[in-house]
Design a protein around this ligand. Structure first.
Ligand code: C2O
Ligand code: CU
Ligand code: CU
Length: 520
């Protein structure tokens, strides 16, 4: 099949490779490579035509995006490499450009990002631009918005970057994210005030690849045992370096249920374990903007900086009215930007694995002194914690109040028989898309019918929290706690086919994904 590729180009387009089982199933629904011609048989009632990633409507909306006139040209190579995780620990894994995390991308709002991905992995891959409301055909989801990029092939992503903030890029194929295929994507706004002296990105991650197990072997065990309990799969991979000094339960869990399915031997900040933490060097009194990203697959991190309070300024890239807290919980896929005024000394920046125990560590150093011990638990971890209800959009960034055209239920459930995670009773290979029409205000009503939290993420949109009390803070990923109901709303202003999924990589692979499908 040929689809028009107005700006990007694929040399790994189908024909050269087998379709995956998932794609074959999607092809049956008319979503795969949808060029606006397939008929989507989604539930009872009238059939509707999905607006495919290469449709005229996608191009028309893209033509209206504000452009800076600048183009940033980059390449990234997805490859197998040995990475050094600190303290003598090395792992052979899958990363971008031989580095963990992949090299940070910095662009400005309105820039064209033209990035050529070269795939030197033994498996097909692709890049997704998490949080960015870009044109649908560049969203990097195999089988939904683009074909996989075959081993030895490449793909040129080419799109206008719409909004400033802290974003990230990662593979959207299978469990590749839980190897090491991720990096930060920072979008600057030249007009935004910058009341800080330093701008530092801290990416938190849970790690097991290449040091005993692979994500795939962990997943296979989960499927075989159907277990959700931690330890069934990951326990055998448990080392000791990352877990020393802080047993599970040292800090009470705010997640109210199971905190994950996988126990990780290492927890990292910027690719380093606590035995050899990455350093943030500053001078006393300097203001730091810390961009916190959770690239983990199965771990929420409770983040605190010893001896410091955090002024939260952005959530998932979008500015909020500043709120001061001691600690915050960051689910997989979420980002927070915080301002910190550096004290005089050496301070731990800790990410505590919520409900699991164990810590990721970086170190803020402004003068000489002893490095904090690996398992340190600063008391800020049990201080005032950020709640979603603390977050209010900064002026001019909220959604206007408007009645919703529809409320789409998104029920989350689990079947231990085969480790199936479902949305509205179905796994992704069998999913019923959630249909919307361009221009509509739409609510998504999440209902978590499981005893585990799910950080639910929608592509291509930044929804608002807290309706019906009025639209609140903008986010693209929201934690739904066990048995909780959370409603968000959005304007359907970015036509195409967008996946909605749990950002727990194992739940996503286990089926907890569906499509927000624009139809005509
Ligand atoms: Cu971080 Cu489907 O994405
Ligand atoms: Cu995303
Ligand atoms: Cu989940």
């Amino acid at each position: 099949m040929r689809s028009r590729q107005p700006t990007g180009s694929a040399d790994g387009w189908p024909g050269r490779r087998r379709l995956t089982r998932r794609e074959v199933l999607l092809a049956g629904t008319g979503v795969l490579g949808a060029a606006g011609v397939g008929v989507l048989a989604a539930g009872p009632g009238a059939a509707a035509t999905p607006i495919g990633p290469h449709s005229g409507q996608v191009r028309a909306v893209d033509a209206g995006r504000v452009r800076s006139g600048r183009t940033v040209e980059l390449t990234r190579t997805a490859q197998v490499a040995d990475v050094h995780l600190g303290g003598g620990q090395a792992a052979s894994t899958w990363v971008y450009d031989g580095q963990l995390p992949g090299p940070e991308i910095r662009v400005r709002r309105g820039d064209v990002l033209r990035l050529r991905l070269a795939n030197q992995l033994p498996d097909p891959t692709g890049i997704h631009w998490h949080g960015l409301a870009i044109r649908n055909d560049m969203d990097g989801v195999p089988g939904v918005t683009m074909p996989l990029v075959s081993p030895g092939a490449g793909f040129c992503y080419d799109f206008v970057v719409p909004d400033a903030g802290t974003y990230w890029y990662h593979s959207h194929v299978g469990l590749q994210l839980d190897r090491g295929l991720y990096g930060a994507l920072i979008v600057e706004d030249p007009n935004e005030p910058s009341p800080y002296d330093r701008d530092t990105t801290l990416i938190f991650d849970d790690w097991l690849d290449g040091i005993g197990q692979t994500p795939q072997s962990v997943y296979d065990t989960l499927r075989r045992t159907g277990m959700t309990a931690m330890g069934s799969a990951g326990m055998t991979a448990m080392g000791s370096a990352g877990m020393s000094g802080s047993a599970a339960g040292a800090v009470p869990s705010s997640l109210g249920g199971d905190a994950g399915d996988v126990r990780y031997p290492l927890l990292l900040v910027n690719g380093k374990n606590p035995a050899d933490p990455s350093l943030v060097i500053a001078r006393p009194g300097q203001r730091l903007r810390l961009r916190l990203v959770n690239a983990g697959a199965d771990t929420a991190f409770r983040v605190a900086v010893g001896g410091h309070r955090l002024t939260v300024t952005h959530a998932d890239g979008f500015p909020v009215r500043p709120v001061v807290v001691d600690t915050l919980l960051i689910g997989m896929g979420e980002r927070y930007d915080v301002l910190v005024t550096a004290g005089d000394g050496v301070f731990p920046i800790v990410g505590y694995a919520e409900g699991k125990g164990g810590t990721a560590l970086a170190v803020l150093q402004t003068s000489s002194g002893a490095r904090p011990p690996a398992g340190v638990l600063p008391r800020e971890l049990t201080g005032r914690m950020l709640a979603y209800t603390d977050l209010q959009p900064a002026a001019g960034t909220g959604l206007a109040e408007r009645p919703a055209a529809s409320t789409l239920p998104v029920a989350l459930s689990f079947d231990g028989n085969g480790y199936r995670w479902m949305i509205n009773g179905r796994t992704f290979d069998n999913s019923k898309p959630l249909r919307v029409r361009s221009g509509q205000r739409v609510q998504l009503s999440f209902r978590n019918n499981t005893m585990m939290f799910h950080p639910m993420h929608l592509h291509g949109h930044t929804f608002a929290l807290n309706p019906p009390a009025g639209p609140g803070t903008r986010k693209d990923t929201v934690i739904i706690k066990p048995m909780q109901t959370v409603t968000v709303e959005l304007d359907a202003a970015n036509p195409g086919q967008w996946v909605l999924h749990c950002h727990n990589a194992y739940h996503q692979e286990g089926g907890m994904m569906t499509t927000l499908s624009y139809v005509a």
